[in-house]
Design a binder for this molecule. Structure first.
Ligand code: P6P
Length: 330
C-alpha cells in the first residue's frame, strides 16, 4: 500500500526534471490535514465547537474549527519550502509570506480551509479544498495579487480532503487524479483510489431544490426532466444534496452525477467561490474526464478579477453536463 509520501516521491522519479517542490507542498497539505482531522473528529467534545462570534469576509459566522483549519494550513504551508503565499476563504486578502525561503518558493495556494462548516455541529461530512499555481511574479520577491488571480486552467495541482466516514485526500495533477485514505492505525494517507475517472453518465443530480423557483428557466426545465427520467432514458435519477460541496462532489466524482449551484434572481452569480471552491473541483473533474462550467463557459477559462468572486457552478459527468447545456440553451 503506497503512502502519500511514497506516491509523491515515486511520481518525482518519473519526472527527473522535477524539483520536488510540488511533492513537498502536497506532503505539507497532507500533514496539515491530519492535524485538522484530529480536531474535526472530536469537534463534538472539545469546546472548539461553536461560534467564535466573529464574522468572515463572507459575512458568515465563523466556527472555531474554521479558524483552526485556516491557521493550521497557512502555518504549515509557510513553514514548508514550496509556497510563497496563500489566499483563503477565511482571510480578507491573500498573505505573501515574508521569509526568504518562502519568497524563493515556486508556488502559491488558494484554500477553503473548512468548507461546509455549517455542517460541523450536525456531524455531516465537511472538507478542505485547495488549488496550487506556479507564481507569475519573480521568485525572491513577495507574492503579488497577480499570482492569485490566475485562470483555473493554470493550476498545477488541485485537491480536497473530505472528513467523512473515513478521511480522504484526493488530488489531481495533469497526470491524473488519485485518492488516499487516512489509515488511523499508522497515521498515513494510503493510496486507495488510483487513477480516478468520473463516469461519463450517472443517475445522481445534486441541487438545492429550495431555490428552485429562483433558478433560470433552462435550469428549472432540466431539473424537471431529471425528476421524470424513465428507465429507458437512463433513469430513474436520484437526488442527493448534503449542503457540503466536498461531500456532494466527491460522491458524484466516484459514482457519476451532476452538481448544480446556479445563479438565482437574488444572487445571479450564485454562492460558490471561483478561486478556492470551483476552480479546484473543475480542474479535478476535467482531469478525471468530467466537465465544469458556469452554464456558458468552462470554469477553468474564467479570468478572475477579485479573490472572493462567486460564479454559477455546474459540474459532473460529461454526458449529463451535455444534456444540461442542451436544456439551458436550446
Ligand atoms: P446552500 C457550504 O456553505 C457551501 O459553500 C458548499 O459546501 C455547499 O455546497 C453550499 O454552500 C450549500 O449552499 O445554499 O444550498 O445551503
Amino acid at each position: 500500500m503506497l503512502t502519500l509520501d511514497e506516491f509523491t516521491i515515486q511520481q518525482l522519479k518519473r519526472f527527473p526534471n522535477a524539483t520536488g517542490e510540488l511533492s513537498g507542498l502536497l506532503r505539507d497539505i497532507g500533514l496539515a490535514a491530519k492535524r485538522v482531522n484530529v480536531e474535526v473528529n472530536k469537534a463534538g467534545l472539545a469546546d472548539i465547537l461553536g461560534d467564535t462570534g466573529g464574522m468572515n469576509v463572507q459575512g458568515e459566522e465563523v466556527k472555531k474549527l474554521d479558524v483552526y483549519a485556516n491557521t493550521h494550513f497557512t502555518e504549515v504551508l509557510q513553514r514548508g519550502i514550496s509556497c510563497a503565499g496563500v489566499g483563503s476563504e477565511e482571510m480578507d486578502d491573500y498573505i505573501a509570506f515574508e521569509d526568504d525561503v518562502s519568497r524563493q518558493s515556486k508556488y502559491v495556494c488558494l484554500i477553503d480551509p473548512l468548507d461546509g462548516s455549517s455542517n460541523i455541529d450536525v456531524n455531516i461530512s465537511i472538507g478542505t479544498i485547495f488549488g496550487v499555481y506556479r507564481r507569475v511574479s519573480e521568485r525572491g520577491t513577495a507574492a503579488t495579487q497577480a499570482d492569485f488571480l490566475q485562470k483555473g486552467r493554470s493550476q498545477i495541482a488541485a485537491g480536497y480532503i473530505i472528513y467523512g466516514s473515513s478521511t480522504m485526500l484526493v488530488y489531481a495533477t495533469r497526470r491524473g487524479v488519485n485518492g488516499f485514505t487516512l489509515d488511523p492505525s499508522i497515521g498515513e494517507f494510503c493510496l486507495s483510489h488510483p487513477d480516478i475517472q468520473c463516469p461519463a453518465q450517472g443517475m445522481i443530480y445534486s441541487v438545492n431544490h429550495g431555490n428552485f423557483f429562483s433558478y433560470g428557466e433552462g435550469v428549472r426545465r432540466y431539473i424537471d426532466q431529471c425528476q421524470q427520467k424513465a428507465p429507458r432514458d437512463g433513469g430513474p435519477y436520484t437526488q442527493r444534496y448534503s449542503g457540503s460541496m466536498v461531500a456532494d462532489m466527491h460522491r458524484n466524482l466516484l459514482k457519476g452525477g451532476i452538481f448544480l449551484y446556479p445563479g438565482t434572481t437574488g444572487k445571479p452569480n450564485g454562492k460558490l467561490r471561483l478561486l478556492y471552491e470551483c476552480n479546484p473541483f473543475a480542474f479535478i473533474l476535467e482531469v478525471a474526464g468530467g466537465v465544469a462550467t458556469d452554464g456558458h463557459q468552462p470554469i477553468l477559462d474564467i479570468q478572475p478579477s477579485t479573490l472572493h468572486q462567486r460564479t454559477p457552478f455546474f459540474a459532473g459527468s460529461r454526458e449529463m453536463m451535455a444534456e444540461l447545456h442542451a436544456w439551458m440553451h436550446n
